[in-house]
Ligand binder design. Structure first.
Ligand SMILES: O=C(O)CCC(=O)c1ccccc1C(=O)O
Ligand SMILES: [Mg+2]
Length: 372
């Protein structure tokens, strides 16, 4: 495959309700839809998931755009790509900037699937057609509102609920939900809002049979997480810490966690994600698919990846309608009773709805790649 051009659609999709984490409030999702076009006109799609503010990781939508345009795409100029696995190697001279890399890489995977008449799920080694999914619920005004939301999602069939927590909104809401739902698969995500000095509180959370506590400490604190994991029964899950396979290897060597939230966008692409999945499987480390409030394209990539049998825990792959009024793809992934279907068409298996893209479009830019 030779890429002739890349079209970047800069979009901003308003969220149905603001999403609150310990970092702050998100009211819209600004992102780029990346369209890679090969010389015969076949197209592949990826989403650039970096947020507006560099709090979750260092990248922002703006910085990732610049890296993509000035540093990543030039590396593909005139190149003949035999397989999307090669992209990781070609981008290896550029440090970090995982989300910018993943946006292009995942679009090339989609393109490759379309050229080869294969679904992305089958290319990635996925075997499941229907998968259990969970919800991630942002921090709420109070416990009552949270309880209402949880009951809505449990009634909809979600089999796993993740609560965002932060100091001052942790033990009480968890206790309230646990009392009402004694057997619900429940977990908490702190987005790095705690430190070693909160050990007493975290030990208290150990009493609520949480499936795991995600990212309690700082984003480079492998040692502190190892210190914590030794003192609690509950699995510690790392999210922000994990940017590559070697981060997972470090976490295993130190005993920093017993689970990994895998977002292919945070680790630079699907190729790195596949390596992480194999390693986790080999090390018996629980791995599951995280989310970045994806629109339909990113969601389709996640579903394809999560169709692999190594994912034994429901991912953060909820209905797009939870976040957005309408989506940029024509499929709704037929959510039913807590399960979602993995698209089986070529590539990501869903079509872009360009009327919707137009609705959210800020600007479109075309970058030519053919003339070396
Ligand atoms: O896409 C989803 O539903 C998961 C949302 C989520 O938990 C999240 C959303 C924004 C930033 C960080 C995270 C996280 O997993 O920590
Ligand atoms: Mg998280």
């Amino acid at each position: 495959m030779k890429l002739s051009q890349v079209n970047l659609y800069q979009l901003a999709m308003p969220l149905v309700t603001p999403f609150v984490t310990s970092y702050g409030v998100m009211k819209e999702k600004p992102f780029y839809l990346v369209e890679v076009v090969e010389e015969n006109g076949q197209k592949g799609y990826g989403e650039l998931e970096a947020f507006a503010v560099p709090d979750y990781t260092e990248e922002t939508s703006e910085t990732a755009y610049l890296i993509l345009k000035h540093h990543l795409l030039p590396l593909l100029k005139g190149e003949d790509i035999q397989h999307p696995r090669e992209i990781k190697e070609r981008f290896s001279s550029i440090r970090g900037n995982e989300m910018a890399k993943a946006a292009v890489e995942s679009a090339v995977w989609d393109l490759y699937g379309k050229c080869k008449h294969r679904s992305l799920a089958s290319l990635l080694g996925g075997s499941r057609q229907i998968i259990d999914v969970g919800v991630s619920i942002g921090i709420q005004e109070n416990t009552d509102t949270l309880l209402e939301l949880v009951s809505k999602y449990v009634d909809a069939g979600y089999t796993r609920v993740k609560l965002k927590i932060k100091p001052g909104f942790d033990k009480e809401p968890i206790q309230a939900i646990r009392e009402k739902y004694p057997t619900l698969v429940l977990m908490a995500d702190a987005n790095s809002a705690y430190t070693r000095s909160d050990i007493k509180l975290i030990k208290e959370l150990d009493h609520y049979q949480l499936a795991m506590i995600e990212q309690p400490f700082g984003v480079r604190d492998f040692l502190d997480h190892a210190w914590l994991q030794k003192q609690v029964q509950t699995r510690i899950c790392l999210d922000e810490n994990i940017r590559s396979l070697s981060d997972v290897q470090l976490a295993v060597a130190l005993g920093s966690c017993k689970a990994v939230n895998l977002k292919f966008s945070r680790v630079g692409g699907l190729t790195e994600a596949l390596e992480i999945i194999s390693y986790c499987d080999q090390e018996d480390l629980l791995v599951w698919c995280g989310g970045m409030l994806e629109a339909g394209v990113g969601r389709a990539h996640n579903l394809a990846l999560a169709s692999r049998s190594e994912f034994r825990f429901p991912g953060d792959i909820s209905q797009t309608s939870r976040y957005f009024e309408s989506d940029i793809v024509t499929s709704d992934f037929s959510f039913k009773e807590g399960k979602m279907s993995v698209p089986n068409g070529f590539g990501i298996g869903v079509a872009i709805d360009f009327k919707q893209v137009d609705k959210f479009l800020i600007q479109k830019e075309t970058l030519l790649l053919s003339n070396k």
